[in-house]
Structures are given as C-alpha cells and as structure tokens.
Design a protein around this ligand. Structure first.
Ligand SMILES: Nc1ncnc2c1ncn2[C@@H]1O[C@H](COP(=O)(O)OP(=O)(O)O)[C@@H](O)[C@H]1O
Ligand SMILES: [Mg+2]
Length: 247
C-alpha cells in the first residue's frame, strides 16, 4: 500500500525566511506520526500546507492520494485539521458547537445525531452536552475541538499541539481517545512540544529551523544518539547539525 502522506521537497518561504526547508517524509496509513520542535521550527506551516490551507513555495505533498495544493478540496474532504487555536464558539454549548461544525460539513438529520452521540460517548463528554464551551476546562475544550474535527469522519487527523496547556490527567484522557481512533484505522499526524508525548508516537520527526533533522521511531532515535530520552536525542541532534562540540 502506498504511504497515505508523501511529502517531497516541501518548502515554504516568507520573504527571506525559509519556514519549511525541503521536507521529505512519508507516513503510512494507520500510523501516528509526531512532528517535534521548538516554537518557530516550522511545524504549523508544514501542517497548513499538508491540509491544503497554504501553497508551498516549492515541492509537493500527496495526502490521501491528492495533491494538497492542486486538489485542496479533495484533501480537505479526507482530513480533519485541529488548529493550534481551534475556533470554538465560547457562548455556544458543547452540542451547539458540534451542530455548527456538522452544518459546515453538510452533515444533517439522523447521521448528525448518531455521530454526535457516538463522539460524546467516546470522549465521555455526554454529561457536559449543555455546558457552554467557554465554561469548559482546557482539556474538555480540546476534546470538544477534536469532536468537531472528527464529525465528517476523516481518514487522516492533523493535530497542531493538541494538548498544549492541558493538565496531565486530561492529556492522558486525550491520548486514550487518540489510541481508540488509531484502532479504528485513522492516521494521525500531530505536532507537539512535549517530548514525553512524542515518545508515544510510532515515529517522530525532529524539526529545527525548517528542516527535518532526524526522523525514526523513538527507540531507534535514542539508540542512534546514544541517549536514554528523546530530549537527549533532540539536543544531541541539534548540536550535531549546528556543529557544536559535544561536551
Ligand atoms: N504567515 C506568515 N508570514 C510570515 N512569517 C510566518 C508566517 N507564518 C509563520 N511564519 C514564520 O515562519 C516560522 C515558522 O513558524 P511556524 O510554522 O508557526 O512554527 P511552529 O509551529 O513550529 O512554532 C516562524 O519564524 C514564523 O514567524
Ligand atoms: Mg505552531
């Protein structure tokens, strides 16, 4: 089976800044891939290009069999994108937010009711159906955003720092949902600044100044760099590419 995401030389320039620099990467169906890097590394820009929301300056990305730039609508139909600041309506309830997003995707009637009920059950958000989004905890807000992203049953889920600022218990909850989605065959491409979270991905890509400086399974990454943590592997890799002498 061909990879569900195929990225070739993907590049984005903003004036003189190269935010994403000749990215090559493939992601297999059913995989959870984690793109890790500090602020400004180019993670969000990469996701936006993969989701057909921004054209690359150079290179291409095939996502679910379609060119993300030339066939962006076909890509959008197959994917769910949860932005770093997902747009929830704070004064609408959980259920009303879901109805709003269902309408956007033209999901109506019994299908909408069934999907909404199923998602509320999966995320254990049923008790909060009638609570205003603005009154939810950070973790519950992220669950609601995830539900809205899943309403049109995407094949691939793109999550931009989905657990940023979420407490540890809610983060564990959120991960339980991600594992459930993987079991159902969804592919997940996420970004995170948390290296303990990256550890849970099948494969991890380290991004630094627009470049993918290392990409493999967490185990291989640690073995290759002779470190016991991904944090150590990341620091060592940055030192290598920056030509800093190792202490
Ligand atoms: N629309 C834009 N115009 C100009 N510069 C941008 C734009 N979007 C992102 N950048 C710059 O590109 C770089 C990468 O940003 P981003 O992809 O948001 O990184 P990350 O998500 O890893 O924090 C940063 O230096 C950022 O300031
Ligand atoms: Mg970002």
């Amino acid at each position: 089976m061909p990879p569900i995401i195929q990225i070739r030389g993907l590049t984005k320039r903003f004036g003189t800044l190269t935010a994403v620099d000749h990215l090559d990467l493939e992601v297999a169906k059913g995989e959870i891939f984690g793109l890790v890097g500090p602020d400004g590394a180019g993670k969000t820009t990469t996701l936006r290009m993969l989701c057909g929301l921004m054209d690359p300056s150079e290179g291409s990305a095939l996502v679910a069999g379609h060119d993300a730039s030339k066939e962006s609508q076909a890509v959008k139909d197959q994917i769910g994108y949860m932005a770093q600041r997902f747009g929830l309506y704070q004064d609408l309830t959980v259920e009303e937010n879901m109805v709003f997003y269902a309408d956007l995707f033209d999901i109506t009637g019994q299908t909408r009711d069934d999907l909404t009920a199923q998602l509320l059950r999966m995320t254990r958000m049923e008790p909060f159906r009638t609570r205003q989004a603005g009154r939810l905890s950070g973790g519950m807000k992220q669950k609601l955003a995830l539900m809205c992203t899943l309403l049109h049953r995407p094949q691939i889920l793109f999550l931009d720092e989905p657990t940023n600022g979420v407490d540890p218990v809610s983060r564990r909850d959120f991960w339980a949902i991600l594992y459930q989605l993987l079991k159902d065959g969804i592919t997940i491409f996420m970004t995170t600044a948390y290296l303990d979270e990256a550890e849970r991905c099948n494969r991890v890509g380290l991004m630094h100044k627009g470049k993918l400086i290392r990409c493999s399974t967490p185990e291989v990454m640690k073995a290759e760099t002779g470190t016991s943590t991904l944090e150590g592997a990341f620091i060592k890799t940055i030192h290598e590419v920056e030509g800093v002498a190792r202490s």
